[in-house]
Design a protein around this ligand. Structure first.
Ligand code: FAD
Ligand code: NDP
Length: 528
């Protein structure tokens, strides 16, 4: 027990039973913990940040009978929005986003339903109802997390943590009360927050994804600045619930993703009412008498960078995220951060999550050069807890993590983009199989399927090992989740092509691929 070294004789021991199942093995036993009528502030593990990664790590460590504390504190957004325990994913990320996306998909389903025989009376959409129900669900998740921490005997402090030294944390709550905690091991899992570029008027007038999901009233006509995951997903569901939406793209959409797929994502959105302003950047914003925001922007298509203007009820800044390291006072520790990104550098002593300080680790969005995805933070947190308390030695595998962008036509992928595969293996090294297909559910309502597209990138020689899979179509997350397992298992063109499809599905189009880009043949699927 790490804490024992710090404790004087007035502390007494308690015994905790634990049972757990890790890597196919059962672990159980009794551990000694020490307490002083609740006043002992020494812990085996202190986790700063109660989001996806932090909660997973804390709960896993507690399941081994360790004495664990979690600090979670939400600094209100620039517009004053705040939320409860659970971090970005639960409160201002994956969960409310996917539910709003679902609301938009239902709007499309209502339209389709008429062709399938449903006699649908005039429908209307209420942002107020959608938002209240989603916010209610999120609050239930906040509560669920609190209960789970309590059930697992994890001490939860709704307080902001900062380091006094490598082993000492100051926890400052909203009322200004300070608590000093000692941690044998400390995990930093503080995630990030949206950035707002330094544009006159922006800080006062724009909202970010930290506000959007908590709006009680519809944002109305919206300008979304940015063109990556957050921007395109939010623009997609806002348009899907009937709003007038414009996306302002500074350079390219979905930087880092396969650009052929990214362009299809945007083309589908454009065909479904989203306006795109390419090569444009906001320059100035101000509120006008009508309550709207006048946005002056530079249009890169004009050689003289002439300023143009338009008016919006809401401007959503989706221009990236910045790590929450500043408040941690890392200067009081030996933890090194990357000066250009502000993120924590890991990888010391051959451990991906170990920082340059002996007892301090970092997981999730705060860690340099790692995918900013919830399942990544959760898996890294659990594996770290197991290693910290010597239950297992498994390291996190950050390679080839599948992901999905929940745009109106969803885009899921795993592995390399075509650009990266070409760069890595050269044109002669890879084969690209592709196909445009029509989801069966699009046929009867005569929906446009011109962007439903699949691309399978494999090595050209030998068994044609899969190096990248890209899917645009319904339920992309569900489709790619399964193929991501095949990818990890080293799937090749021959294993995938010898898999019998499940008919009639969109995913079966993957196991039916047979046209290479190199052949120049028409990749349009016809018939079954
Ligand atoms: P977080 O979940 O951000 O948690 C960090 C917590 O620490 C926060 O509660 C923060 O307030 C708290 N904190 C910060 N500083 C301190 C401090 N000093 N003391 C105490 N507490 C502190 N990922 C997916 O996989 N799928 C998706 O569909 C998806 N959608 C997303 C949609 C949006 C709009 C956004 C913004 C993100 C989305 N993500 C998605 C990414 C995902 O939410 C993050 O990767 C994930 O939440 C990171 O978890 P984390 O534990 O690193 O940090
Ligand atoms: P990104 O950093 O991926 O993208 C930022 C976007 O903003 C880019 O399009 C960038 O353009 C643009 N931008 C930056 N600065 C400016 C500026 N001053 N003016 C105009 N445009 C600007 O951030 P996101 O917030 O979209 O996503 C963060 C992370 O969150 C993602 O990497 C992802 O891991 C995670 N996430 C995951 C989701 C999922 O799994 N479905 C959903 C949402 C988020 P440029 O390319 O020109 O730099």
């Amino acid at each position: 027990m790490a804490a024992s070294g710090h404790l004087s004789k007035q502390f007494f021991k308690t015994f905790r039973q634990f049972k757990t199942f890790v890597d196919g093995r059962h672990f159980s036993g009794t551990v000694r913990t020490y307490c002083s009528s609740g006043r002992d502030n020494s812990y085996d593990l202190i986790v700063i940040g109660g989001g996806s990664g932090g909660l997973a790590c804390a709960k896993e460590a507690a399941s081994f009978g360790k004495k664990v504390a979690v600090l979670d504190f939400v600094t209100p957004s620039t517009q004053g929005t705040k939320w409860g325990l659970g971090g970005t994913c639960v409160n201002v990320g994956c969960i409310p986003k996917k539910l709003m996306h679902q609301s938009a998909l239902l709007g499309q389903a209502i339209k389709d339903a008429k062709s399938f025989g449903w006699n649908i009376p005039e429908t209307s959409f209420s942002w107020e109802t959608m938002a209240a129900n989603i916010q209610g669900h999120v609050k239930s998740l906040n509560w669920g997390h609190r209960v789970q921490l309590k059930d697992k005997d994890v001490t939860y402090l709704n307080a902001k943590g900062s380091f006094l030294d490598d082993k000492t944390i100051e926890a400052l709550d909203a009322k200004g009360r300070k608590t000093i905690l000692k941690g044998d091991k400390i995990v930093i899992a503080v995630g990030g927050r949206p950035t707002i570029p330094d544009i006159p008027g922006a800080k006062e007038h724009v909202i970010t994804s930290d506000d959007l999901f908590w709006l009680k009233k519809s944002p109305g006509k919206t300008l979304v600045v940015g063109a990556s995951y957050v921007a395109l997903e939010c623009a997609g569901f806002l348009a899907g619930v009937g709003l007038d939406v414009t996306v302002m793209v500074r350079s390219i959409p979905l930087r880092g993703f396969d650009q052929e797929m990214a362009n299809h994502v945007c083309a589908y959105m454009e065909n479904h009412g989203v306006k795109f302003l390419y090569k444009c950047q906001p320059d100035h914003m101000k509120k006008i008498g009508t309550g709207q925001i006048a946005v002056q922007y530079r249009n890169g298509h004009n050689s003289d960078e002439e300023i143009e203007e338009d008016y919006f009820n809401t401007v959503l800044m989706a221009t990236g995220r910045w790590p929450e390291t500043k408040a941690l006072c890392l200067q009081n520790t030996s933890v090194k951060i990357d000066s250009s990104t502000g993120k924590i550098i890991g990888g010391f002593n051959n451990d991906f999550e170990k920082t340059s300080a002996d007892n301090i680790y970092a997981i999730g969005d705060i860690l340099l050069d790692r995918p900013e995805l919830t399942p990544v933070a959760i898996r890294a947190g659990k594996l770290l807890a197991r290693r910290l308390f010597e239950v297992s030695h498994s390291q996190m595998d950050y390679a080839s993590v599948g992901t999905t962008v929940f745009t109106p036509l969803e885009y899921g992928c795993v592995g390399l983009s075509e650009e990266s595969a070409l760069h890595k293996y050269g044109e002669d090294g890879i084969e690209v199989y592709h196909s445009y297909y029509k989801p069966l559910e699009f046929t009867v309502p005569q929906r446009d399927a011109s962007q439903c597209y699949i691309k399978f990138i494999c090595m050209r020689e030998g068994p044609k090992k899969l190096v990248g899979l890209h899917y645009l179509g319904p339920n992309a997350g569900e489709v790619i989740q399964g193929f991501a397992t095949a990818f990890r298992a080293g799937a090749s063109m021959s294993t995938v092509m010898s898999t019998v499809g499940i008919h009639p599905t969109c995913a079966e189009e993957i196991v039916k691929l047979n046209i290479t880009k190199r052949s120049g043949k028409d990749p349009q699927v016809t018939g079954c």
